[in-house]
Design a protein around this ligand. Sequence first.
Ligand code: BG6
Length: 480
Amino acid sequence: MIYSIPMESFALVIFGITSNLAQIKLIPALYDMEEKNLLPADMTILGIARREMSDQTLKEYVHKVLHLENVHHQHEIKEDIFSKLCKRLKYLSGEIQDPALYKKLQNYLKHDNRIYYLATYPDLYHYIFENLQKYKLNLQNSGWVRLMIEKPIGSDLPSAKALNQLLLKYFTEDQIYRLDHYLGKETLQNILTFRFANDIFEPLVNKDFVDHIQITATEDFGIGRRGGYYDQVGSLKDVGQNHQLQMLAFATMDAPSRFTNEAVTKERIKILKSLVPMPNKVVFGQYEGYNKEPNVDSNSTTDTYYALKTFIKNDRFKDVPIYIRAGKKLKQYVTEISLVFKNPVNRLFKNLKSGDEPNILVYRIQPNEGVVLKILTKLPGHGVKLQPEYMQYCYRIDPHTHFVPDPYERLLVDTIRGDQTFFNDAQEVEAQWAFTDPLSKVRGKPIIYKVGSWGPKEADQLIEADGRKWLEPSMEFCRI
Ligand code: BG6
């Protein structure tokens, strides 16, 4: 599919072009943008890393990266698109700490419009900011300058505040694009469209109709080679503090007054600020064998799983419990939000088999992406028998298309357009940490769980104590 979005030309400077992030996310996204004509004619990509490389070696490296087998980029790489992309590529080697690198950068940069993408370790950020300032490369004199920075922003509330303050020393808030790639997922953004472009569901999304909400993000794979990073972080901080809280915000926020960055972000923040941390309702787990993974401390107490209960302190969701869980090396790879509706006590068919099953609205983020409503229907035949079914909107109907853009592509395009709607602002990130910090503080030794299970049984007890159960995510809908 060819899109055409008018965009001004610019330079994209990637600090850490050889990083895992650049390989797995950025380079494939840039290829896709090239293919879809989303890059202006004389836009350049300047990769920075420590190792010595000629522009030619950089091209060979990018070629290799694009042909790596990774889940995000399984479609064909066309040589003509690749060579168009190569024409934009330039490489600069140097130490991030070394001012000489920025002097070279100053000479290289021909565009007034610039995006700096930080794909480096957070402890290097301050060198980058200081040196950009030293050479006036952060100033917006005759064009725009934007900074893209990945989650995690800090590792708790005080460090997030410190980083936000540091950022504001060198950039203004409208230059800072704090990226949580979940905000760039079509399946997440569509929650807003589904809720606010249709009027029939929204009146049901409140305490009168919703019994409880479940958010699940389980993966059937482990940490791979990311031990060095993951062991410092754990599941609550890796995906709970950010991706899952955003999922919750999208599913429960009030309608923004307009579809603008300010209005949408304001509503997300209102939800994040009204979440109630419940340190006595959180379970941490670790998969068997985790401490033998490369670059993981053999006595590590890092969580690879967590489950928690929370409430939203507002009138709309008063007393509606929310259960969230996430983890690695579990039974199934699935990310979804389920709104489980209340069952009226006098339901006509309640005595039939399945007659007491609740209606469930599922926002399936991945796989089998879709929005589905679990309903009961009549099993065709002479008697009255019920059968649970799904009313479904599905994204993927053809396994060979890749029309759902990758979140990195979506968010790069938004940055080029100067649209911060699907980026976190400083307050938002701080509200997220304010919720998770009290939970992190009670993390002791995690409970070991079996690889391929649904996590520790204590997580089942957490929800079963309320007379509810974790839903077994269905793979029956939106199958290709
Ligand atoms: C990343 C986490 O932010 O999100 C990973 O660091 C996690 O540990 C990933 O696997 C999940 O993202 P996605 O898009 O694959 O669901």
